[in-house]
Design a binder for this molecule. Structure first.
Ligand SMILES: [Zn+2]
Length: 206
C-alpha cells in the first residue's frame, strides 16, 4: 500500500544528486578562515566537495536530524499540534525539532515535545526514520508514552489536540513525513483502520 522502499524515503529525488542547490548557495566562505569555498575534487574522495581556496578546509554537507514524537494518550489518541511557523503554518504535525549537539536523540525528542506542547513523554518505538533529500534532513519519529505535563499551546503550536485514530485530520496534515509516521503508527497499533491514499502521490508540498 505504501509505495516507499525500506529506507522510508520521503522524497521523489534519486540518491546521489549531491548537495541541494539551496544548501550549496548558503555556503560561500570557509568556517575556519573565511576564504572562498569552491566545489572541486578532493584526493581519495569519490565526491566533489566544497573546499576552501586559502586553507584547504572542506565544508562537508550532511543532513540534520529532526527528532519528533507522536505522543499517545492512555485512551489511544495521538497528540498533534497546529503549526505556528512556516513551513506548514496552520496545518497539523507532530511535536519535534532539530537535535542539539549535546543531547541524545531521545533527549532531544523529549525536550522538543515539552517545549512545544507541554507534555513530558517517554519515547518508545521508532515509527520511522524518513529521509527528505530536498531539505537535507532525516526525520526520526518516536511513538511516545505521556508520563506528565499538561497540553498547552506555544509559539510553535497554535492549537494542540489529541485525536482519536479514526479522526486524524488527514487533509490538514502539514508534511509527508508526518503523514507517513501516522500511517506507520496505524499499521502498528490500529491495523483495523485504513489510512487514506497518499495525497502526495498526486503532487503537493513535501
Ligand atoms: Zn579556509
Amino acid at each position: 500500500m505504501n509505495p516507499r522502499g525500506p529506507d522510508a524515503r520521503s522524497t521523489d529525488l534519486p540518491a546521489g544528486g549531491g548537495t541541494p542547490e539551496w544548501l550549496a548557495a548558503s555556503l560561500n566562505h570557509c568556517m575556519r578562515c573565511g576564504g572562498r569555498l569552491r566545489l572541486g575534487p578532493v584526493e581519495g574522495d569519490p565526491r566533489q566537495r566544497l573546499v576552501c581556496e586559502d586553507c584547504g578546509n572542506i565544508a562537508y554537507t550532511n543532513p540534520k536530524l529532526v527528532v519528533t514524537t507522536i505522543p499517545v494518550t492512555e485512551a489511544g489518541e495521538v497528540v498533534l499540534l497546529r503549526r505556528g511557523y512556516e513551513p506548514g503554518r496552520g496545518s497539523w504535525a507532530q511535536p519535534g525539532g532539530f537535535l542539539e549537539v549535546d543531547e541524545t536523540a531521545t533527549e532531544g525528542a523529549i525536550r522538543e515535545t515539552d517545549e512545544e506542547v507541554g507534555l513530558l513523554v517517554e519515547p518508545g518505538e521508532i515509527l520511522g526514520l524518513y529521509a527528505r533529500l530536498e531539505a537535507a534532513v532525516i526525520v526520526l519519529v518516536y511513538e511516545a508514552r505521556i508520563v506528565g505535563g499538561e497540553l498547552r499551546t506555544s509559539p510553535e503550536a497554535l492549537e494542540v489536540r489529541a485525536f482519536p485514530p479514526d479522526e486524524i485530520p488527514w487533509p490538514e496534515i502539514a508534511f509527508r513525513t508526518t503523514w507517513w509516521a501516522l500511517v506507520d503508527w496505524l499499521a502498528l497499533r490500529r491495523p483495523d483502520i485504513d489510512p487514506p491514499a497518499d495525497r502526495w502521490l498526486r503532487g503537493g508540498p513535501g
